[in-house]
Design a protein around this ligand. Structure first.
Ligand code: IPE
Ligand code: IPE
Ligand code: MG
Length: 245
């Protein structure tokens, strides 16, 4: 029996963010090259996108490549960039068929030009879709994003477009690359690591965190359902007492 039936339909997270980790270890454990793990990881992305669309999640964010990941061996970075171009290109028809919109966050200008072009094209070709929004974090880090936001806020204050007294949570959020995207209710990290690795630090202030030992290539529909069921058992208090909520 699928765990899908245990999900309460009226309490599905609007936004789920995922730190996809463990591709390399999954491959190594099978005596394969790390890249094989990245390839298999694409199948997990596909499965999780499909499951999310089916149960009515509105935003799904994948941490695909961090600012810090540029320090990996060049061969791995190149292989990952190649895989990205190939995957994005191949998925556009299915995204359109399933009414899925693609967005990107991060320092996209740092990506190789062919990745930028392919990604931009896919974003434009799916812009009209109104179902699930899939957000890919590429060359993303939260400190990079916050640093940028601070620069831009100061610039706008100096130019008189923003008053210092206007600075609020909402204003800060509007200067992030995630502007117009609600904060995630649920953040998932795979591979048994218990850290955030510079992901969405501002946005996850009140997210529920779900950690699993499964490597990303092993994380499929049932694993997503399990995370959502766990989320639905939690009491989100936002600082209040249990009696108040
Ligand atoms: C996650 O898997 C994918 C990326 C960070 C691009 P890893 O490549 O980090 O795999 P492990 O953590 O080394 O096993
Ligand atoms: C986090 O995974 C980044 C992505 C999933 C893209 P890493 O494998 O880079 O994280 P660390 O280095 O173990 O913290
Ligand atoms: Mg890793």
């Amino acid at each position: 029996m699928s765990k899908k039936d245990q999900i309460q339909k009226n309490n599905v997270p609007v936004h789920i963010a995922i730190i996809m980790d463990g591709n390399g270890r999954w491959a190594k454990a099978r005596g394969e090259e790390r890249f094989v793990g990245h390839q298999e990881g694409v199948n997990s992305v596909r499965a999780v996108v499909e499951a999310s669309a089916e149960i009515g999640v509105k935003y799904l964010t994948f941490y695909a490549f961090s600012t810090e990941n540029w320090s990996r061996p060049k061969a791995e970075v190149d292989a990952l960039m190649g895989l990205l171009v190939k995957t994005i290109k191949a998925e556009v028809p299915d995204l359109n068929k399933n009414n899925i919109r693609l967005l990107g966050i991060g320092n996209l200008k740092a990506l190789p030009i062919d990745v930028q072009e392919e990604f931009e094209e896919a974003i434009q070709e799916t812009a009209h879709n109104t179902g699930l929004t899939v957000v890919i974090a590429l060359s993303y880090s939260s400190r990079w994003e916050l640093k940028n936001a601070i620069h831009n806020i100061i610039k706008d204050v100096k130019q008189g477009q923003v008053k210092e007294s206007d600075i609020s949570d909402e204003l800060i959020s509007s200067y992030l690359t995630t502007k117009n995207i609600p904060d995630p209710e649920l953040l998932i990290r795979t591979s048994g690591e218990y850290r955030i690795s510079n992901f969405l630090l501002w946005q996850i202030a009140y997210s529920e965190l779900f950690f699993t030992d499964k490597f990303w290539p092993e994380f499929r529909k049932e694993e997503l359902y399990e995370a959502i069921i766990d989320y639905q058992k939690r009491e989100r208090r936002f600082g209040k007492t249990s009696e108040q909520v």
